[in-house]
Design a binder for this molecule. Structure first.
Ligand code: SIN
Length: 323
């Protein structure tokens, strides 16, 4: 019997991190160990798959740029298009993992699994969590019926749309808000609690790659409403040619009145404004007469990606998907 083929793409992060003092989990450099090496010593039962690896990047994910997202997306699409590839696993830093996962979930149309995983301790830790997470990610990718973009960390599986890093230190650094995780890994098996996430359907969009100008990434910034906000940041961003603003409002998307005044000025000059919340959970549910659209349960960093994609013309091809 031919085993399924899974491709592991390396992006860097703590999972590939190295400390000059083995066992020191605080001071280390992310993105050092090649992805091929990460797949060499996995815990648990042997993985029933042929593993291939490709190093797409080797960075600390705080430094990621849209150009790298597009490159990663191209590599994912290329591998998934091969009939003998059952799925893709991506090793990635935790700090912007939810952004990369969300970007892929909004731009990759596939019925195969794309599984991102990570670690909170470097590879040189005396008790690294990366090997277990990577083993679990492979389990998820090999689960019959697996599809869509998901994140695996600390035995839990999250959908790209809901996943959010919520803790700076704990191994279980990710949550999925009100909906909770998609499921859990138990004894090298994935127990799924809800449906696999969907990806956008571009089938009626012709050659979407030619329709959308992916080389252009609009300038979209996040501003926060807080006590004492005065709107000067918004005015400065407008003066510098910002295309869109996502506002991390208070509570259910409420805004300091001075900030709201500046946003009216921004809107009047053609800047797209979306309202999100600085609350970690619950999303925004705005009145119908709200001046600006709310982002629902998309947090500000994901809403920023959605707004950029909308400004690039993607939403015309899968509008209901991301809001
Ligand atoms: C990173 O995001 O690349 C570094 C931090 C981490 O992976 O936890």
């Amino acid at each position: 019997m031919t085993l399924p083929k899974i491709v592991v793409l390396g992006m860097g992060g703590t999972i590939a991190g190295v400390s000059p003092r083995p066992g020191d989990d605080r001071h280390y450099l992310a993105g050092q160990v090649p992805v091929a090496q990460l797949t060499e010593s996995l815990p648990g039962a042997p993985v029933p798959a042929r593993l291939m690896t490709e190093q797409v990047a080797q960075i600390d994910s705080k430094d990621i740029e849209p150009a790298l997202w597009w490159r990663l997306r191209a590599r994912v699409l290329d591998w998934l298009a091969k009939p003998d590839v059952a799925g893709v696993v991506i090793t990635h830093g935790t700090d912007t993992l939810e952004e990369t996962a969300y970007f892929l979930s909004a731009t990759v149309s596939t019925d195969k699994p794309v599984v991102l995983t990570c670690a909170m301790r470097p590879a040189t830790s005396t008790a690294p969590d990366g090997p277990r997470n990577l083993r679990d990610a492979l389990t998820v990718a090999l689960t019959p019926g697996a599809r869509g973009v998901v994140v695996v960390c600390a035995g839990e599986v999250h959908s790209a749309r809901e996943v959010q890093k919520h803790h700076t230190q704990r191994l279980d650094a990710f949550v999925s808000g009100n909906r909770g995780p998609l499921g859990a890994i138990v004894s090298d098996r994935f127990e799924i609690a809800r449906d696999w996430p969907t990806t956008p359907d571009f089938s009626s969009s012709g050659d979407i790659e030619n329709i959308v100008n992916v080389s252009m990434w609009p300038r979209v910034d996040i501003v926060t409403s807080h006590a004492g906000a005065d709107g000067r940041v918004v005015d400065a961003l407008v003066a510098h040619g910002v295309d869109g603003l996502v506002v991390a409002g208070t509570g259910n998307g409420t805004l300091h009145s001075a900030l709201a005044d500046a946003l009216w000025r921004a809107s009047a000059s053609g800047v797209a404004v979306w309202i999100s919340t600085r609350c970690a959970q619950g999303g925004v549910n705005l009145h119908d007469d709200s001046a600006w659209p709310g982002t629902g349960d998309l947090n500000p960093v994901k809403a920023r990606i959605a707004l950029a994609l909308e400004l690039m013309g993607w939403s015309a091809h899968c509008a209901p998907f991301w809001r």
